[in-house]
Structure formats: structure tokens, C-alpha cells
Design a protein. Structure first.
Length: 269
């Protein structure tokens, strides 16, 4: 399957401009034969947690979601987008959604690990494990940004059968090791493909790293962006995942009961 990854600069709270960027990328990706377009964290509204909390009208969110579904339908391409989502207690989660080429929702995920004071003030951390769905014959899961920096979250997706992990992110400059080292390590240790889509440029006081990547199940680098706007393409396959898991059976040879015993017996404090 050909996968596409959008790296671009969003305009905070300029939804029309941001959706225009997504639409243009979807058209380009579909024309190139991609089955799926992955976009960055909170891209349709821009990444500015405190401004979103105070200025974004929650009543606008269903309309934004419908416009994104229309982009998928118009270009006949799967789409991953990230938006604020109402939580049960009246707060907001940071969510990610996978649509098929007809604009139908296949999977939703809410961010479990919030990063930094602004995110924690504006959003609530979720608790549900990542789900896995079939997308064009590939078992696919979602995480968001900081989630992927914890090996447990990636392993949870892998243990549920994921072969492809899609990660919208909003990673600021100065954290180069995350896309350059950590994403490839996560792909290798859980033996799945990982696609990581970041913002570029400057948004509302934040300078973004760019550096979006796609890593294969053997830790190989399949595609990488610099610090500017880009549309990446990478071929991913279930055969590569199966081969990696057969060659070195990390998932099958885990000893989770032993690890829990180690954690429970570790010194406290």
C-alpha cells in the first residue's frame, strides 16, 4: 500500500486555510496512487492548546469533521486527521480519526499522554487502549504525538494485531532524536510500520521541527522530510511485518508476567 504523509504549516484557527492545505495534499496523494493521507496533530484548527480552549467553539467541530470526510470522498483516499473532541466530563480530548476513501469513520483514538503544561490545562488525558481496524488489508492503529514516545503504547497496538501505526504529531524544534531515533526504534521493537506526521514552520509562538518520517518494521527509514513543507510517500507491506516477526519473534517471546513481577518488586521512591 502506498502511504502519504503531510508535513505543513497550519494557521491557528483559520480552518478554511488549513482545510485547503489538506484538500490540496489529498488531491496530490490520490493522483500519485496513495491509499491514505496522514496529517499532523490538530492540523485543521492549528496547534495552540490554550487558544483552542478559549476561542474554538465546540459547535463547529461536527462541521469540520464533515468537511474532512468530504475531502476523503472527493479524492477517493483514506484520511487521518486530528481535532479536539468532547470528553464525557465536559472537557476536551485530543483525538485522531481514520476515514476510509468514502469518508466513513473506521477508527477514533484519544490521546493518553499529554505533553506540557498548556496541553494539560486545555485537554484531559484519555485512558482507552489503541484500537485496530482493517484498512485496505492492513491492520492499522492510531496514536498521537507524545504517546509514541512510550514503548508501552506502541506495544499495546502491536499486541492487538497492528501492522501499521499512524501518528499525527506536533513536535517542536529541539527534539530531533524523536523522529530520527525513537520512531525507528519503536517500529523495530514492535515490528510494525510507523508513520509520523509533524507540523513545519512557526505557529502561535511555537517553532516546529518538521522531520516527519515513515519507518519500516525492521527499523529502516522509508521516507523522511526536512524542516519545510513536504508530502512524503512510502510503500508499506504486511509481508514485511510478518517477515520481521518471524525472523525475531519479540512479540511471541515476551514475558509480561515476569515484567509485572519486576515492576511490583522495584524499590519505591
Amino acid at each position: 500500500m502506498l502511504l502519504s504523509v503531510l508535513q505543513a504549516n497550519a494557521v491557528v484557527l483559520d480552518i478554511d486555510a488549513n482545510l485547503k492545505t489538506v484538500d490540496a495534499a489529498a488531491q496530490r496523494a490520490a493522483t500519485a496512487g496513495a491509499a491514505l493521507l496522514l496529517t499532523p496533530e490538530l492540523f485543521p484548527v492549528g496547534y495552540a492548546p490554550l487558544r483552542l480552549h478559549s476561542e474554538l467553539d465546540a459547535a463547529a467541530l461536527p462541521g469540520i469533521r464533515e468537511r474532512l470526510a468530504d475531502i476523503a470522498r472527493t479524492h477517493g483516499i483514506g484520511l487521518v486527521y486530528s481535532l479536539p473532541a468532547p470528553a464525557a466530563d465536559g472537557s476536551w480530548h485530543i483525538s485522531a480519526t481514520l476515514l476510509d476513501a468514502h469518508g466513513t469513520v473506521l477508527l477514533d483514538y484519544d490521546k493518553v499522554h499529554l505533553f506540557g503544561g498548556e496541553e494539560r490545562k486545555a485537554f484531559s488525558a484519555a485512558q482507552a487502549a489503541p484500537g485496530v481496524v482493517d484498512f485496505n488489508g492492513v491492520k492499522t492503529s492510531l496514536l498521537i504525538c507524545y504517546d509514541v514516545e512510550f514503548p508501552e503504547t506502541v506495544r499495546a497496538a502491536a499486541m492487538r494485531g497492528a501492522e501499521l501505526l499512524l501518528v499525527p504529531t506536533a513536535l517542536s524544534a529541539g527534539f530531533d532524536a524523536v523522529p530520527q531515533v525513537l520512531i525507528r526504534a519503536r517500529a523495530l521493537e514492535s515490528q510494525l510500520s510507523v508513520a509520523y506526521a509533524n507540523h513545519s514552520g512557526h505557529e502561535d509562538g511555537c517553532d516546529f521541527l518538521g522531520g516527519s518520517v515513515v519507518a519500516g518494521p525492521d527499523g529502516s527509514l522509508l521516507a523522511a522530510a526536512g524542516d519545510g513543507a513536504a508530502l512524503l510517500f512510502a510503500e508499506i507491506s504486511t509481508e514485511g511485518v510478518r517477515a520481521a516477526r518471524e525472523q525475531v519473534p519479540y512479540l511471541r517471546e515476551r514475558r509480561p508476567e515476569l515484567y509485572r513481577e519486576w515492576e511490583e518488586s522495584a524499590p519505591k521512591g
